[in-house]
Design a binder for this molecule. Sequence first.
Ligand code: ARG
Length: 311
Amino acid sequence: ITPSAAPAAPAPLPETTATHRTATPRHFLMCPPVHFDVVYAINPWMDVTVPVDAGYAVVQWQALKAAYESHGHTVDVISPVPGLPDMVYAANGGVVVGGKALAARFTFPERQPEGVAYEAWLRDAGPARGLTSLGQAAERNEGEGDLLWDGEVMLAGTGFRTTRGAHAEVAEKLGVEVLTLELVDPRFYHLDTALTVLSTAGSGPDGGPRAEIAYFPAAFTPESQAVLRERYPDAIEATEADAAVLGLNAVSDGRHVFLTDRATGMHAALRERGFEPVGIDLSELLKGGGSVKCCTLELRPAPSAAVPTPA
Ligand code: ARG
């Protein structure tokens, strides 16, 4: 008697052919969610009646940190401060480009002490990491939540948190060109919930001059949609379903894209372009209105000095 056949194994995932995509090692700052909770509601994702499991949030956060490290990236950790339940969203702590670090100035009083904590870290730990602290922003500025560097310009969100005045301050203090984009949907209250940079300018398959991005058009005013379409005609336009699980709240190293495992359409779109999606489950931190990118502040070093040629 032949034993009944085991159920067929699922078909293997198609092999990625992402050979033209190159990952570059990144340096990130993260904050463990040991004090994570939802005790106030400053965005539509937050519901103070839904219980939060900080222990489980830490486990999920550790998996994200381990994923970065196993892909060759360096992660620094800032000490979490009791009473600051949103401090886990390190992207909001500041913005660092070319070794210059500008700490945030938060909109809501509940988060304002975080600006001080991130400023202190950047000032104290920065120099050993090649960073110069410019102190805290004078204008209302929620760091990489609203300020995404594309390698050439700073994409700068406004409408809910970071102000246009802050965009001007960033242009001046970091010495970068700023492109203002206006957000209109309260679910996508930070730019990094509606747009992600996949490859930076000059690093494309053929060293192309423009960055590659993905975004959810309906999160922006018609004017800002036109700006995005003009500048990034080949962008991935995310579906509402992917945006609504914060599938755009992603971190790319140029090849691997770390994002929620729930954004299945985005995973497929990324594979199609030769990126390798790395699915992460951050379900607890979604209760605060954040995902992968929110938990990650990128520390971009100053351009390294030219290697001297031996005589
Ligand atoms: N609860 C936080 C807030 O509303 C979430 C911040 C998420 N961070 C981000 N980079 N989008 O401020």
